[in-house]
Design a protein around this ligand. Structure first.
Ligand code: SF4
Ligand code: SF4
Length: 233
């Protein structure tokens, strides 16, 4: 899911590594050279004017796992400025959705259509049967706020969400043999198995204390700072 970022240290099960997918052991993420020229038709842009960014037409969801990693790395100011206080982002009780930049073409009618993509989006989301199409309609004009044109992901790789670190699309999977797909599945599960139980555990802990991200950010920061010190001992 990363257009241009090279792995700092590709390692792991070398025998299973495929040249379409690399494992960045330092940042526990999967990378692919194929992303430089994304072949996946699902992420095809609606207009030539839109930057071709593959699956980074996305709004990453940061869980308590990534929040903890930022605080443990003493990047609390970064977390507060870039994620928590960013008006583009939506702060849920235990997750933060990083809102994408939406290209101006989303709001414009072209000569072949009676409605703009934004108007189509509004119509599609009225019904539970078409709401998934509404999401696709909007994301076709979206650029992740961390995407840097010509470079790829601009976010510190160790703060990327587990989805961003593990997503490999069907167009790449098609290039892999059965054994390579098995290798890939193992890596993807390892990424999820580190992040998801952590998120669930501390969601329960904070829920029991009546803490949420919107209302108790100071308490949560102090809690994670103490947890990080304990884990370093
Ligand atoms: S993972 Fe697939 S969809 Fe995403 S940028 Fe790479 S090739 Fe494109
Ligand atoms: S955080 Fe990085 S990898 Fe994830 S969608 Fe944004 S630019 Fe792509």
């Amino acid at each position: 899911m990363d257009e241009d970022q090279k792995p700092n240290n590709v390692n792991g099960d070398e025998s299973m590594e495929h040249n379409a997918v690399q494992w960045d052991v330092k940042n526990q993420q999967l990378l692919s050279e194929v992303c430089r020229c994304c072949p996946d038709s699902h992420f095809e842009r609606r207009s030539k004017e839109l930057p071709h960014i593959g699956c980074c037409a996305y709004e990453p969801v940061f869980t308590l796992f990534e929040v903890y990693k930022m605080i443990a790395a003493e990047k609390t100011e970064f977390f507060l400025e870039v994620l928590y206080r960013n008006p583009r982002n939506t702060i849920h009780d235990y997750e933060i959705v990083a809102g994408a930049f939406i290209h101006p073409l989303f709001y414009q009618r072209d000569s072949t259509s009676l409605e703009s993509p934004a108007e189509r989006y509004d119509k599609l989301r009225q019904s539970p049967h078409t709401v998934y199409k509404a999401v696709d309609e909007r994301l076709a004009y979206a650029v992740c706020q961390f995407f840097i044109d010509g470079k790829g992901c601009g976010l510190n790789a160790s703060f990327k969400t587990s989805i961003c670190r593990s997503f490999i699309c069907g167009a790449i999977e098609e290039k892999l043999s059965g054994d390579e797909r098995e290798w890939l599945g193992k890596r993807q599960r390892a990424i999820r198995d580190e992040a998801e139980p952590f998120h669930r555990k501390y969601k329960t802990v904070f829920h029991e204390r009546g803490w949420t991200l919107p209302n108790n950010i100071e308490e949560i920061i102090v809690y994670f700072e103490q947890l990080s010190r304990k884990q370093a001992e």
